[in-house]
Write a protein that binds this ligand. Sequence first.
Ligand code: BJW
Ligand code: ZN
Length: 269
Amino acid sequence: MGEALAQGRLLAFTGAGVSAESGIPTFRGPEGMWRNKRPEDLASPEAFRRDPRGVWEWYQWRRARVAGCRPNEAHLTLASWAWAGGLRVVTQNVDGLHDLALENMRPVPPGPQGVAGSSPDPGPGRLPSRGAPVPPVRLHGSLFHTRCTACGNEAPYPWEEGGEGDGPPTCGRCGAMLRPAVVWFGEALSPEDTDRAFQWATEASVTLSIGTSAFVFPAAQIPLTTLANGGTVIEINPEVTPLSSQSTLHIRAPAALAVPALLGSPGPA
Ligand code: BJW
Ligand code: ZN
């Protein structure tokens, strides 16, 4: 693991389970957000055309839920390795918690320029950085951005209390209806994001597949791409998935426990 990190070839590929211990429900399974509904009835362009207000309300409910959640030890450990060791993150999640964790783990700035021994102690788990990490690839978009259904303009949509029952807002540029800037079933992923994710999967000597049912394509091909290129895949998931039998190692434990136990904290630079 240390060698993969030293060469910047460790990839974390994450799904809803990495955020479960932050209090965000997963999609599938008995406690999942889809337990009573067909996924296509909430997360497809057809569903939004049929019932924009209903689908928008589901996203408003999720924004409210996520806005109260914080990154857990799995996000924070991955973020500290991204700052100190070049770990890369590809996520299917739209909750923004990997980005928030990177911000939380940002190393303290160095002390007065060039004065030896003047750097302040960065504090536990916060290390001098090799340089800014590359931001996570968010394969399925973001809960906190909207996209215009007519002109395609994307804009941040910060969650604010209230307005839950108002239905989708309209575009400030062209007046058409806005939608969540996420990738629904049957929609193409961003080609740039997809290319980057598969490039990283090809280059990875170790890919950690964390908290995903490995059920949704093309994302599920990411760990398989690492394997096909001679790399190692370590799955972290309390349950068995279609990936488990192909993984090099399956750690059947929750992410917030297993990720810090596996990676530890990056030592002094
Ligand atoms: C823990 C834990 C803890 C719990 N610690 N772990 C037939 C065969 C193959 C493919 C297809 C097919 N029919 C259709 C397709 C394609 C389709 C697809 O894959 N369908 C499958 C259902 C079969 N894919 C698509 O449509 C994609 N687009 C596409 O293919 O485009 C082609 C195209 C090309 C050119 C032009 C046009 C089109 C798009 C897929 C988009 C997926 N979108 C969603 C919604 C995003 C927005 C939103 O959030 O609302 O993405 S669906 C949903 O599933 C979401 C997730 O990112 C994604 C994956 O789910 P994830 O993260 O794995 O969560 P869960 O709940 O499934 O699993 C959680 C896991 O965590 C579990 O295993 C737990 O055990 C574990 N866990 N606690 C660690 N503490
Ligand atoms: Zn517009």
